[in-house]
Design a protein around this ligand. Structure first.
Ligand code: GLC
Ligand code: GLC
Length: 811
């Protein structure tokens, strides 16, 4: 079955039937105000934090899966339908959903009436816009009635779905003209409100769900629509909603448009009430003025598109492979912005209340985003690092609204702190801005501490050095990158968190080879940073730490044909040929090679050959083999999943990217590209009924060979795969690597490629790079001409001159 196609010209994915194998979603918003939206308009909006400032309701785990959204109902004669198909699900004569960059446009047609809704959030606005266009394609007059619908969430999404005894009594609204204001809890400690307004004249409204939908009805048959009329209800407690009723008369050929604004506004604490006790609405009035008619709205939309064109222009490629071009130029970069903004908080699979910003996740997300808006990356790095404690440990997560570490999850993930070295060095290389290192952000556990970011980097390395196990490898703690490898957990209680169980303080045995590889990389980055700030003697110390750890991995982390994964808390090997299950894991192969272990002595190649023979499938590389068939107390959550799913031998796409990079480090460009394509979403279009998830963005995992549903993807959008795929492709396969004092060119491509071009904006210059592969090889540069002059080596100097430079590279 075919559900849509890529429109690369317009940077859109076009879905042409609404009953996709799963809801296929998109994101609205670039900063502070966000929404998720499915191809049938399901989803919700929030300000900064999907848990603490949620504007509208969404029902996870409902029937159907994607329940509640931004709906428009149409009554045309006796027929009632939604242009978004849901929630009534009346069959449409035509349907199309265009998911674009930060916007979605959904069009439905029935009985020669076409209604399209363009949903978007202008960059940096605190409101979303629904631009509705109604076209009478028939040759008779049409007098239609239309209703808009949103259901308010009482701000704290967790409380909203649990604390009904209170919440059914606190809902409050105001109605002024054609605007509905949601103001629950505004009477007491909240200084913010939400609004839903329209520029059309309304013939009615509702704000009480029981009046509009009915207590015993659902969104597919609201009682008011059945009766044909709103009740102009004012909600007092229960379930506040926002509904406008609008009458539209259209002659044949007429097109009319209506705009809706759904937004968030704040007031100063001491100036929030008018004298009659109503909300001070100045922020709303300003926004309304700004988008008061379709011309202004459409202009804002054009600006929104330009904003994105501009962002994407920092990096663009032209290769012989259209799928590579599409991912690199459009969808991968777009997904990098989304993961940067959302971390793992809000998607169809992340409820927005479970996890905030992840320490390790967000550091990695920076890697794929830093070239787009380095200043935002700078702030994010400082926010993340401020949640670190003075001993080097970290809060595993923090809430974006409060920027405070989330103590429910605590710390003890012994890889967390090391990722900071990677994000900081990426930022420094991209921007050259040393000042970030000396920002005084303090430590989360010391009031008024004036520790600088630089101190955080040192303490991060020190923590690992101070926490090595019996073999000299880093202790694993609750888990490393693989949240499910819980070697100190021993959990027997159903429902207990695998990550929090166990007494890691008393356990100094279980070690991680993956962290060891990551540590080597982190130390190498630290050495680079120290050279950059003119501390060469200090730099040598860190380079030496890396060398020592490399030696330890070679001595204690090698299993003969691949790298071990870990030692468990009895000192036994995990990920070894001696194990019955879980003989070989992907992460330690990737990270040993990324940590520059075994590249010279052949271990790297041997390990990657083993990955290819044992773990690689046509859908990507499985996390480990053989899958665990039963629950192993001493291994934890990894063995809790049925074989083939998630960390138990699923294809966890995030770590596939490390193997792509590792392959380039040993010069195998064909293999790197083969792995790149195996998990690349557009290459799933021809098996989409098996794959099921969106073909335009990465999913966290695909079911592996042991699963009953091999090839089925889950958990789309919020995955480290986005950032790392971008890094793998741009920095390692295409080989364009920002460095402290220049741009390195070091491609590792499929041998059959004849040439490719890259435009890279870097430190205020534009590099127009053309690479010719006349000798048909994967790696190795013969000459580089910069503005027609040959340079020594493969690093193009910095110009920082706002000019364009032509770079001609011959391989
Ligand atoms: C999830 C988590 C990430 C973890 C990965 C592997 O994607 O967000 O932090 O590294 O799973 O367990
Ligand atoms: C579960 C998931 C893992 C995720 C973790 C986050 O362990 O399997 O992917 O990282 O939860 O808490």
């Amino acid at each position: 079955m075919n559900y849509g196609y890529f429109d690369d010209e317009n940077k859109e994915y076009v879905i042409n039937r609404p009953d996709t194998p799963l809801p296929w979603i998109n994101y609205l918003g670039t900063k502070d105000f966000f929404g998720i939206i499915s191809n049938t308009a399901g989803g919700y909006s929030f300000y900064q934090d999907a848990k603490l400032r949620r504007l509208t309701r969404y029902r996870y785990n409902n029937i159907p899966m994607d329940s509640n959204g931004r709906y428009i109902y149409i009554k045309d004669g006796s027929s009632v339908w939604n242009p978004t198909w849901k929630p009534i699900n009346v069959e449409l004569d035509n349907y199309e959903c265009r998911h674009g960059l930060g916007y979605s446009k959904i069009t439905g047609e029935k009985d020669d009436l076409e209604v399209s809704i363009l949903y978007f959030i202008p960059p940096e606005a605190r409101n979303e816009i629904w631009h509705v266009e109604i076209k009478n394609k028939s040759n008779t007059d049409k007098n239609i009635r239309l209703w808009s619908f949103v259901e308010w969430c009482l701000w704290d999404a967790q409380d909203d779905m649990t604390n009904f005894q209170r919440n059914y009594s606190i809902g409050e609204v105001e109605v002024e003209g054609s605007a509905v204001f949601h103001k629950s809890e505004y009477r007491e400690r909240r200084n913010h409100y939400a609004y839903f307004s329209t520029d059309a004249e309304i013939s009615g409204f509702d704000t009480a769900r029981d009046e509009f939908v009915g207590v015993h009805n659902g969104l597919s048959n609201p009682i008011a629509i059945k009766k044909g009329e709103c009740k102009n209800s004012i909600a007092h407690g229960w379930l506040p909603i926002g509904v406008h009723q609008i009458d539209v008369d259209l002659k044949p050929g007429d097109i009319k448009s209506i705009n809706f604004l759904l937004g968030y506004a704040e007031n100063p604490k001491d100036a929030k009430f008018n004298s009659d006790g109503s909300i001070v609405k100045s922020e709303f009035y300003n926004t309304k003025e700004k988008f008061s008619n379709s011309d202004k709205v459409l202009e804002a939309f054009q600006n929104h598109k330009k904003y994105w064109d501009n962002l994407l222009s920092n990096f663009s490629v032209q290769t012989e492979d259209p799928i590579v071009n599409r991912m690199a130029n459009i969808w991968n970069q777009y997904q990098c912005m989304v993961t940067f903004n959302m971390s793992r908080s809000a998607s169809l699979y992340e409820s927005g209340i479970g996890r905030g910003m992840g320490y390790r996740d967000s550091n990695q997300d920076v890697l794929g985003f830093v070239h787009m808006i380095p200043e935002w990356a700078r702030q994010r790095i400082l926010d993340i690092a401020s949640t670190q404690l003075s001993d080097g440990t970290c809060y595993h997560q923090y809430q974006p609204l409060t920027k405070k570490g989330n103590s429910d999850i605590g710390g003890g993930f012994n890889d967390d702190h090391l990722w900071l070295l990677l994000s900081v060095s990426a930022y420094l290389k991209e921007s050259g801005d040393k000042s970030i290192l000396f920002e005084k952000i303090g430590f989360a556990d010391i009031p008024n501490s004036d520790a600088a970011l630089f101190d955080h980097l040192k303490i991060s390395i020190q923590y690992t050095l101070d926490n090595l196990g019996p073999n000299g490898l880093p202790l694993i703690g609750h888990a490393d990158w693989n949240d499910c490898l819980n070697l100190n957990c021993f959990s027997t209680e159903p429902g207990e968190s695998f990550q929090l169980a166990g007494h890691i303080e008393n356990d100094r045995i279980a070690e991680s080879v993956m962290i060891a590889g990551l540590f080597c990389k982190a130390c190498d980055e630290m050495a680079g940073i120290l050279n950059f700030i003119d501390q060469p003697n200090e730099s040598i110390i860190y380079a030496e730490y890396a060398n020592q750890m490399r030696q330890t991995i070679i001595n204690k982390g090698w299993d003969g044909d691949w790298f071990l994964r870990a030692y468990d808390s009895f000192g036994n090997k995990v990920g070894s040929k001696d194990c019955e299950e879980g003989k070989i894991f992907i992460e330690s192969q990737g990270w040993s090679v990324l940590g520059n272990v075994g590249i010279e002595n052949g271990m790297a190649q041997k390990a990657l050959d083993s990955v290819s023979q044992i773990l690689a499938t046509k859908n990507g590389i499985m996390l480990q083999q053989p899958a665990y068939k039963s629950y192993h107390l001493h291994l934890g959550e990894v063995s809790s999943y049925p074989p083939g799913y998630k960390e138990n031998a699923g294809i966890f796409t995030h770590n596939n990217t490390w193997i792509q990079i590792a392959e380039t480090l040993i010069g195998r460009g064909d293999k790197a590209m083969e792995y790149y394509k195996a998990i690349c979403p557009p290459s799933k279009e021809d098996q989409i009924d098996i794959y099921r998830s969106e073909p335009y963005v990465y999913s966290q995992m695909t079911a592996g060979n042991d699963a009953a549903t091999t090839g089925e993807a889950k958990n789309s959008w919020l995955t480290g795969t986005a950032a790392w795929s971008f890094v793998a492709l741009s920095n390692y396969i295409l080989g364009i690597q920002p460095d402290y004092n220049g741009l390195i060119i070091n491609p590792c491509i499929p041998k059959e490629w004849n040439n490719f071009k890259v435009i890279r904006k870097f430190r205020n210059s534009t590099y127009q790079i053309e690479i010719i592969n006349q000798s048909k090889k994967s790696k190795g540069i013969t000459t580089i001409l910069v503005d027609n002059l040959e340079i020594e080596g493969n690093k193009i100097p910095l110009f920082e001159d706002n000019k364009t430079h032509k770079v001609l590279v011959t391989m």
